[in-house]
Design a protein around this ligand. Structure first.
Ligand SMILES: [Zn+2]
Length: 207
């Protein structure tokens, strides 16, 4: 009797999600596939053997990527990072100063709108300040994911915008200055660099 043995790798889908597919050039659904070697008998898998690696595959074009591709942000995440980061930084700055100051609030709302949240208003700001006060929202997380994406000139521009919120109702207080330094640190700027941007923004505000 002729018995034909063989070894084959079979994949099964262990997860799904959205990735930025470089081949397609956009956000696409993916499947996360895990492989296993199987002993086959007459080409039919009968005994599972060792694991054979895993990858993610774009379901649109079929390109397979290493798992690390999931660490890269999708376009949707990148678009969300700027308004989320600005909201976190603006509430940090307002809380360091006077969160009730209408000048500072107006400045914060316009900075958040310019960052992409067009419908952002005073009620939304009140809600975000309440969340920040309760410590429900992690204020650092949105800034950390934004820092990955912002090139240095953009980080300076971002910090200057945050400083102008603090300056809207008068010179920076010590607490507001600390808040600006904190935001800068989370964006990956050195303290000296941050001081430079902060004082330049102060000078241009009084000029
Ligand atoms: Zn693709």
């Amino acid at each position: 009797v002729l018995v034909i043995f063989g070894i084959r790798v079979l994949y099964r889908v262990v997860g799904r999600g959205l990735l930025h597919c470089q081949r397609c050039g956009g956000d696409r659904p993916y499947r996360h596939r895990a492989g296993r070697h199987w002993l086959t008998l007459f080409f039919i898998p009968v005994i599972p053997l060792t694991k054979a690696g895993e990858h993610v595959q774009c379901t649109e074009c079929g390109t397979c990527y290493r798992m690390g591709v999931l660490d890269l942000p999708t376009v949707a995440q990148m678009q969300a990072a700027l308004p989320a980061g600005m909201t976190a930084a603006a509430t940090t700055m307002l809380r360091a100063g006077d969160p009730g100051s209408s000048l500072a609030r107006r400045r914060a709302i316009s900075a958040i709108r310019e960052a992409g949240l067009e419908g952002y208003d005073d009620d939304a700001l009140t809600a975000d300040l309440a969340l920040a006060a309760e410590g429900i929202e992690d204020e650092q997380a949105p800034l950390a994911s934004l820092a990955v994406q912002l090139a240095l000139p953009a980080a300076e521009w971002f910090l200057a915008d945050v400083v102008r919120i603090g300056l809207a109702d008068g010179p920076l207080t010590a607490a507001e200055r600390r808040a600006a330094a904190e935001v800068a640190a989370r964006l990956g700027m050195t303290p000296a660099h941050a001081r430079g941007v902060i004082s330049m923004t102060e000078e241009s505000a009084t000029a």
